[in-house]
Write a protein that binds this ligand. Structure first.
Ligand code: GCW
Length: 677
C-alpha cells in the first residue's frame, strides 16, 4: 500500500486560542455551494477544523448565524484575492472568485494551525504574480529527471495516474496559491510526446479537471519536433505550411478533449533538443507559430530561454555560456505574441548555489517574462543536505534590473540609486511591463516518497516557493516559521531551532562547496558531491580556470564581456574587482590567490576558512536537531537525522577535496595550520 503524509496540511491538534468558537459553523453566500472550488474549500475547512480543534463543523444553508465563518462574494476584490475580517463573532471571508475562496479558507486554516487568534482580524491578500507554477520534470516511465524523492506520482509505466494522491497534491499546491502545473519533463522523451495523442487525452482530461477544482491549470511540455515524432510531416519548420497545418489539427484535437488546458511549455534548441534554429528561424518564429494556434482556446506558450552551446571546446576562452540566453534572445525583444512568455532561469548558468541574476530580466523591455527557479535540489544537495532556498529567491526578486530607469545606459551609481527601481519582482509580476502575462515557476522537488520531498525539511521549499510566488513581500523568515509551525510543531524550541537550521542553510551549503560564485566543481552528471575538475575539460562550458596562480573566469570587458549585458550601473559594479560583490567575485574575475578581499583575507585563505566553517555549521545544525528529539513526530525526526549523517559526510568530503586541491595548486599554506591533505 502506498502511504503518504499530509505535509503542512496534517492538521495536528492545536491549542484553542479562541478560534474554536469562530469556526464551528460555515455559511456560503453569493457563491454556488456546489461549485467545485467552493465545495473543496468547505470540505477542507471541515477537515482542518476537526483535526485541529476537534468536534464537528456545520454547514449552514439558510438563516442567520450568530457565530461562524461567512464566505461571501465581493466583486471588487481582485482575482484570486480575498479579505478576511472578524466582527461580532462572524469571520467573513470575501472573494470574487473560486480561487479567492479557496485561498481565503486555507489562510484561515493556517492561522488556526499556528495558534493565532482571529478575533478582530482584518487582512486583505492578492497575488503578486499572475502565474505561480510548479514545473515537474516527470517522465512517462515514472522516473523523474533530477528527482530526489522517489518516482513520479503523475506517471507510471507510461500511464497517467489520477488518484487520491493527485488530489492531495492539488490540496498542497492550492494551499500555497499555485495556479499552474506542468506535469511532464521539458526533455520530452518519445513516450511523453504521446501525451497529446488520442490514447492519453482521456486521462489528461481527468487530471486537468481535478486540477481545475483547485484553481490549477494543467500545462504540458511539448516536443517541438512532435510532427516528425508522431508521424506527421518530416519537418518541424515553423514556416512550413504542412507543419503548421499538422499543429493546427493537433492543437484543436487536444483542446477539444481538454478545454481546461493552460497551454504548453517548450524547451527548444537546447541541450540537443530540436527547435526553430534547426530551420534557420528565430526563437520568436517558433514560439509565435504555436501561440497563434493556441490563442483561440485561451492557451499560452511558455518558451524557455535555456539555449546555449553545449558542445564547447574547453580550450576556447572566448565563448561564454553565461552570455548565451541574452545573446540568443535579446534581438527578438518585442517579436513575441502577447500569449507567449519567455521563461528565464534565475541565473545565466544553471541553478548554482550562487549566481548573478540573469541579465535578460529587464533588458527585455517588450516581452512577457517569467522567472524559473529550481527547488529540486540538483546542485544544492539532492534533498539529502538541508538547503532552504527561499533566501536565494528573495535576493533574485529584489535585484534591481534598472528596467524602467530612463538613465539605465548612462548611470553608474548602482548603490545610491535610484530614480526608478524596478526589481525582478516588478518585471515578472507584470507591474513594470503592464502586459499581464507573467509570473514565477519552480522546477519542483516532489516525488512518490512518503513525505513528498525526500528530506522532510525540503518541504519548506515546496511550501515556501508557493507562498513567495503569491506574496513576494513575505520574508524568508516568516515563510520558514509558517512551515515549521504547520509541518513540525508550534513548540517554541522547535520553531527557534528550526529557523536556526533552515535560514542559514543555503550559505552553509555554499561555504563547503564552490567558493565565491564560481559554481560547479560537482560530480559530473550526478551533481552531488565534489569533483573540482569534473567539468573542467568537458563540453559544457562550465569552467573555473584555476591554475597555480589564480582562479576565476574573466567576464569583464577585458574578458568575455558578459558583465556588459547588464544595465550600466550593474555592468560597472560587476566589471571592477574592487566593486564586484564578493560572493560573485570569481564569477566575474580571474584573480590571484593572494588577492585581498575587503575583509583583509586573501582568496586562498577565504577558501580554507569558509570550507572549515561550512562543516562546523553542519555540526551545529545536527546539534540543534538532536535537541528536538521527542518534540516532533518520530518519523520526521528519524528521516532528517539520517540525512544529516549523509550531509556531514558530504560536507567533509567537499571541504577536504576543495582545500587540498587549492593547496596543491597554489602551494600556499593555511594560515591557521589546519589539516589539509
Ligand atoms: O540543469 C540542467 C539539468 C538537466 C535539465 C536542464 C534544463 C531538464 O541538468 O537535467 O533538463 O538543466 O533545465 O533543461
Amino acid at each position: 500500500m502506498e502511504n503518504w503524509t499530509q505535509g503542512w496540511l496534517v492538521y495536528r491538534h492545536v491549542e484553542d486560542v479562541g478560534n474554536a468558537q469562530l469556526t464551528r459553523k460555515i455559511k456560503i453566500t453569493g457563491f454556488d455551494e456546489e461549485q467545485p472550488m467552493v465545495r473543496n474549500a468547505v470540505a477542507e475547512f471541515r477537515r482542518g477544523i476537526r483535526g485541529m480543534l476537534g468536534g464537528s463543523v456545520t454547514l449552514v444553508h439558510a438563516g442567520a448565524m450568530r457565530e461562524g465563518v461567512l464566505v461571501s462574494c465581493r466583486q471588487e476584490i481582485p482575482a484570486e484575492g480575498y479579505r478576511i475580517r472578524e466582527a461580532d463573532g462572524i469571520l467573513q471571508v470575501e472573494a470574487a472568485d473560486g480561487p479567492g475562496v479557496l485561498y481565503g479558507i486555507f489562510h484561515v486554516l493556517r492561522l488556526v494551525a499556528m495558534e493565532k487568534p482571529m478575533r478582530g482580524i482584518d487582512v486583505t491578500c492578492r497575488p503578486d504574480n499572475p502565474l505561480r507554477m510548479y514545473n515537474h520534470w516527470d517522465n512517462m516511465d515514472g522516473s523523474i529527471e533530477r528527482g530526489y524523492s522517489g518516482n513520479s506520482f503523475f506517471f507510471e509505466d507510461n500511464r497517467v495516474l489520477v488518484n487520491r494522491r493527485t488530489r492531495d497534491y492539488c490540496r498542497l499546491a492550492a494551499s500555497v496559491g499555485i495556479n499552474g502545473v506542468v506535469i511532464n519533463n521539458v526533455n520530452v522523451k518519445e513516450a511523453a510526446s504521446w501525451l497529446i495523442t488520442e490514447r492519453y487525452l482521456g486521462q489528461v482530461k481527468k487530471m486537468a479537471a481535478l486540477f481545475a477544482e483547485y484553481g490549477i491549470r494543467l500545462f504540458l511540455s511539448l516536443n517541438f519536433a512532435a510532427p516528425i515524432e508522431l508521424g506527421g510531416p518530416d519537418s518541424a519548420d515553423p514556416f512550413d505550411e504542412d507543419v503548421t497545418a499538422w499543429w493546427r489539427q493537433k492543437i484543436a484535437q487536444v483542446y477539444e478533449a481538454v478545454p481546461e488546458l493552460g497551454g504548453f511549455l517548450v524547451k527548444a534548441d537546447s541541450e540537443g533538443r530540436p527547435g526553430p534554429f534547426t530551420y534557420g528561424r528565430t526563437q520568436a518564429d517558433g514560439a509565435n507559430m504555436l501561440a497563434d494556434l493556441v490563442r483561440p482556446y485561451g492557451g499560452i506558450i511558455l518558451w524557455r530561454c535555456f539555449v546555449y552551446n553545449c558542445t564547447q571546446d574547453w580550450r576556447d576562452t572566448k565563448t561564454d555560456r553565461a552570455r548565451a540566453a541574452y545573446d540568443n534572445f535579446i534581438g527578438t525583444d518585442g517579436d513575441y505574441r502577447d500569449n507567449v512568455i519567455l521563461q528565464i532561469k534565475n541565473g545565466p548558468m544553471d541553478f548554482q548555489i550562487r549566481e548573478p541574476v540573469s541579465p535578460l530580466f529587464g533588458a527585455l523591455q517588450k516581452t512577457n517574462q517569467m522567472l524559473e527557479v529550481q527547488i529540486a535540489q540538483e546542485y544544492t544537495g539532492h534533498q539529502i543536505d538541508v538547503c532552504y532556498l527561499i533566501p536565494m529567491f528573495k535576493e533574485v526578486l529584489d535585484f534591481n534590473t534598472c528596467a524602467a530607469c530612463p538613465s539605465r545606459s548612462e548611470c553608474t551609481a548602482p548603490v545610491t540609486c535610484c530614480e526608478k527601481r524596478s526589481t525582478v519582482a516588478d518585471v515578472v509580476s507584470g507591474r513594470t511591463m503592464h502586459n499581464g502575462n507573467a509570473g514565477i515557476c519552480a522546477v519542483c522537488n516532489t516525488g512518490r516518497d512518503e513525505n513528498w520531498t525526500g528530506n522532510d525539511l525540503a518541504g519548506a521549499n515546496f511550501y515556501g516557493f508557493g507562498r513567495l510566488a503569491y506574496d513576494t513581500g513575505l520574508s524568508a523568515e516568516t515563510i520558514a516559521e509558517e512551515w515549521i509551525r504547520l509541518a513540525l510543531s508550534n513548540d517554541r524550541q522547535v520553531v527557534e531551532h528550526g529557523k536556526k537550521i533552515l535560514l542559514p542553510s543555503r550559505e552553509t551549503y555554499e561555504k563547503y562547496t564552490s567558493p565565491l560564485g564560481i559554481g560547479w566543481m560537482v560530480t559530473p552528471m550526478e551533481h552531488y558531491g565534489p569533483s573540482v575538475d569534473g567539468y573542467e575539460y568537458s563540453r559544457w562550458g562550465t569552467y573555473h580556470r584555476a591554475d597555480w596562480q589564480g582562479i576565476g573566469v574573466d567576464r569583464t570587458d577585458r574578458g568575455t564581456g558578459y558583465a556588459q549585458q547588464y544595465a550600466n550601473p550593474m555592468a560597472c559594479l560587476y566589471n571592477g574587482a574592487e566593486t564586484c560583490p564578493e560572493e560573485l567575485l570569481l564569477f566575474f574575475h580571474h584573480l590571484p590567490y593572494q588577492h585581498r578581499l575587503r575583509s583583509g583575507k586573501t582568496i586562498i585563505q577565504h577558501i580554507y576558512d569558509s570550507h572549515f566553517e561550512g562543516v562546523e555549521e553542519v555540526e551545529e545544525m545536527i546539534r540543534l536537531w538532536k535537541e528536538l528529539e521527542g518534540k516532533i513526530e518520530e518519523r520526521i525526526y528519524q528521516n532528517v537525522s539520517e540525512r544529516f549523517v549523509r550531509q556531514l559526510e558530504n560536507a567533509r568530503e567537499w571541504r577536504d577535496q576543495v582545500n587540498s586541491y587549492f593547496y596543491r595548486k597554489s602551494g600556499i599554506a593555511d594560515e591557521k595550520g589546519r589539516r589539509i591533505y
